[in-house]
Design a protein around this ligand. Sequence first.
Ligand SMILES: *Cc1c(COP(=O)(O)O)cnc(C)c1O
Length: 369
Amino acid sequence: MTSPFLNTYARYPLTLVRGEGHRVQDSEGRWYLDAICGIAVSALGHAHPEVTAAIHAQVDQLLHVSNLYHVPVQQAFAARLGEVYGGRLFLSNSGTEANETAIKLARKHHWLRDDPRAEIITLENGFHGRTYMALSMTPRDKYKQGFGPMAPRVRSLPHAEAVAAISAETAAVVVEPVQGEGGCHVVDILPQLREACDATGALLIYDEIQCGLGRSGELLHDPRPDITCLAKALGGGLPLGATIAQPAVASAFSPGDHGSTFGGNPVACAAGLATLEIILRDDLPARCAALGLRLAAGLEAAGAAVSGAGLMRAARAGTPAGPLIDAMRERGVLVCPAGPDAVRFLPAFTSTEDEIDEMVAAYAAALGA
Ligand SMILES: *Cc1c(COP(=O)(O)O)cnc(C)c1O
């Protein structure tokens, strides 16, 4: 059978048809413990009753009318999210779009001050998405090959060189507080980046698309950035991105400067609002921190070097990740890679200790196999 798709994904030999709680079922009826969560999306697991009820109610009420109008559920979601993060925001449909919005906002901010800086600095091992600016900010040659030219005035630097490179030419520094695709690395130079940005007038942007909303073990990362980008877990399983600007930069956009047909879709906002309320009500960032320690300790005891934070962890055991991931799947646990030698764990925030232990046991068995 020829594929109907353009050839962009190397998929696992697994067809998934259902999700319930922290498990997904394949077309043969077998259940798997989901330690990927759709790449850090399903923070509350699958078919969470409160999220599902919010989606059903909104589907019955209103699917889409565009951003030509006010929509109550979108306003309620934006108000709550803005209150938590202390800023005003733009809603889009994905992480890549959230980052693109942040760059436009940052450059316009400087342009309005008669200081039209263009330079964007990002970090080695970062990942920011696949459109041209987001790809230009992503220092991985494999993703860029054949797609040039990239956007000008974008530099990706080793962590040790980034702080000194920030200058009066720099419009913004974009950094993941915990790097995801690049291997689950905690970025420990955030205070130095903040200081250099303050000294030069550059804006500090946190790409929290993967590590955000509590997955890293913290809801808000310190020191505070000028702009925060969220997506993945934000829509409770539906496509939703947010670019949240602190008050000092929030006024840079005027009507017509930016827009999105689907951005802030009412159903996605209903799911996002229900998800956010549960994360806050049940103090899930603290739960991610505690479960993350248990996961890391278990993986280390199994013989791996572990990086990351909270429920965003990579295990390296000096062997290729691919065969380990296949062996874990055969044992009923789904994980994904974070580079050629790292197995990545992105479990649900609501995971139980027993489920964390089940993930560790599958990893240990795969290593021994
Ligand atoms: C996934 C990811 C993106 C891109 O998000 P999409 O929704 O796939 O466009 C950007 N930045 C980080 C840190 C990510 O993990």
